[in-house]
Each structure stands twice: as structure tokens, then as C-alpha cells.
Design a protein around this ligand. Sequence first.
Ligand SMILES: *[C@@H]1O[C@H](CO)[C@@H](O)[C@H](O)[C@H]1NC(C)=O
Ligand SMILES: *[C@@H]1O[C@H](CO)[C@@H](O)[C@H](O)[C@H]1NC(C)=O
Ligand SMILES: *[C@@H]1O[C@H](CO)[C@@H](O)[C@H](O)[C@H]1NC(C)=O
Ligand SMILES: *[C@@H]1O[C@H](CO)[C@@H](O)[C@H](O)[C@H]1NC(C)=O
Length: 313
Amino acid sequence: MAHAVSWMVAGILVCWFSAGCPAEACRSEEDATFNLREVIIGTCERFQADHQDVFCPNRFKNCTAIWEAFSGAFRKQPRCNVNESRYDRYVQLTATDLPKDKAVFWENVYHFVSRFTNGGRHYFQVGDTLMGYIPDGLQWCGSLNESDITPGGSKCPSSWEASSDCQQGASRAFWVAASKYFAEHVSGEIYVMFNTSVTPIYAIDTYLAKYEIPYLRSGVVTKATALLLNDSPEPGKSKCSDTSLSVLEDQLRQKNIPYVCVENRRDVATIYCLDNPTAKLCDSLDHATNSAPTSSVLTNAMFVLYVCAYVLF
Ligand SMILES: *[C@@H]1O[C@H](CO)[C@@H](O)[C@H](O)[C@H]1NC(C)=O
Ligand SMILES: *[C@@H]1O[C@H](CO)[C@@H](O)[C@H](O)[C@H]1NC(C)=O
Ligand SMILES: *[C@@H]1O[C@H](CO)[C@@H](O)[C@H](O)[C@H]1NC(C)=O
Ligand SMILES: *[C@@H]1O[C@H](CO)[C@@H](O)[C@H](O)[C@H]1NC(C)=O
């Protein structure tokens, strides 16, 4: 009996894990995206169709021209030495107005941040703009030895971070260019989201510290709010006092941009807890009133009405 139960549990676990496996094992994230041209043009068309308030009626952008500018940046370029200014034409063709008071910068919250921004409807991050949305999640690279672009499935240098053997591949050059553009064009109040599970919370070798914060414009950006996501907060110990964040505060002070920091702001916590209901952070949201008092009030009221009706008629 005990055996049967443990086999059943093992079986359930095996099914559960194996169901999760193929997605991870199937394709390495360093493999160049297949059909890159079609994916880029299709994503470009689709994004504009989904954001007609921005692109219609006469600001619809030519996705074929955008593809040519994008691929021209790394076509026949060295694998690990692509200058970010090669994306200038792409940046110019995809640039859109960035609404005031809504920009979000971030580090170490890749999957969460688009939940939080709601794909640009609530706030927006670089990946919610046409420029950043088109290649987000794709992989591509340059090669001096290809007659056209690197074919789908070839290995590309890992996309984001510089390494000793690959200082700046085509994807990294792209994100440097897009980050700088985004930082140079946001205005009003901005937000910077951090994940306190990563140490240091604000690291100086990141895109944020190197290509974003330094490019914010004094007098145009009027306030910066750090939004800390702390999965396991401790009462009375906000991570806002973390020393790495004082580096950020200094960088902002030099630009005369006022800085504040909030740990687990209510909207951040609420959205996080939709997907992570068992996190310690979510305990603090449990003060919500349940429906019992309301319904007993209702029941009592109905009883009184019923008694009144009985007595009166
Ligand atoms: C879009 O751009 C392509 C490539 O530059 C060009 O051949 C085509 O004529 C353009 N289409 C329109 C409608 O402007
Ligand atoms: C990238 O190109 C720009 C403009 O051509 C140039 O000013 C800059 O020095 C280049 N950057 C590097 C790292 O070579
Ligand atoms: C925060 O960082 C930790 C450690 O890298 C990671 O496991 C977790 O998924 C991150 N949280 C979010 C919301 O991205
Ligand atoms: C370039 O590619 C061709 C064909 O794939 C291959 O034969 C050749 O060795 C490559 N050259 C270099 C320098 O990698």
C-alpha cells in the first residue's frame, strides 16, 4: 500500500518534471533565431497593429526598411566586435514618442517587469517600445564568413553580457544602442526596479549603470523612484538602506534628479503575488477583508425585512 502510494507520487513527479523538460532542452538560447527576417518583419507589423493609437493613421512604419536597417548593422561584421552606432539607422526608423512619467528601468527582473508594466499599458520599459520589442527574446550575430546573415541554429555569442572572449557581439551592441536611446529620451518621473535577491542590488557593470542612468537628462527627468522587489522582506528592515543603492543616489544627485526608494510598493507586491502567491512578501497582503461580514450583514438585513413583512402583513 505504502509502495503503491510512493510509486504514484514518483510517477506524478516524473510526469510533472518531464513535462517541463523539453522546453528547456529543445533549443539553446545561444542558437541564432530561425527565419530571423520573417520574425522581425512580422513582429514589427504586429506591434504596430496592436498599438494603432501610436502608429495610425499616417505614422505606420515600413517594416521592410526596419529589417534592412537592423540586419545591416551586423551583416558581414565581426562576431564579437560590433559598434553600437551601427544600429543608428534602426533606432531612427523605430523611434516613437515616449510618454512622460511612465518609464521603467530595471535590472534582474526580466520576466516580472513586463507583467508590471503590462506591456506598456501601465508603465513602459524599453522592451515595450517598438524599438525594443521587435528583437526582444531573439538571438542573432554577425559573421565575416557568411554571404548573408548568420543562419538560424548557428551558435551566437551569449546575448547580453560582455565576456573576456567576446566584448561586444551584435545582440549586445543592439541593447547598448536601445538602452542609451531610451534613457536619453524619457522624461518626468522615472522608475528603476530592482530584485533584492541579487547582490549587489545596484551593480556598476550593468546596462543600467553604464548605458542608462548616465544618459538621463538633467532638468528633463524630474524624479527617480527605486522600486525594490523583496521576495522575503523582514519587518523594519527595508533594503532601501543597502549601500549599493547609494551609488545610484550619487549618480542621480550629480544630475540634480531627486531620488526616493520604496520597497514592495503596493502595486509591485500585488502583481508579484498573482504569480507567486506563496512568497513571504504576499503574507503582508492578507489583510484584505473577506466576504463573511458583508454576507452576514446582508443575511441579517434580509431576516429583519422578513420579520417586518411578517409582522406588518
Ligand atoms: C519600404 O521599404 C522598402 C525597403 O527600403 C522599399 O523597397 C519599399 O518601397 C518601402 N515601402 C513603402 C510602402 O514605402
Ligand atoms: C563607434 O563608432 C562611432 C561613430 O562611428 C565612433 O565615434 C566610436 O568611437 C566607435 N566606438 C568604438 C568602441 O569603436
Ligand atoms: C530575482 O532574482 C532571483 C535570483 O537570481 C531569481 O531567482 C528571481 O526569479 C528574480 N525575481 C524576479 C521577479 O525576476
Ligand atoms: C567560411 O565558411 C566556409 C563554408 O561554410 C568554410 O569552408 C570556411 O572554412 C569558412 N572560413 C572561415 C575563415 O571560417
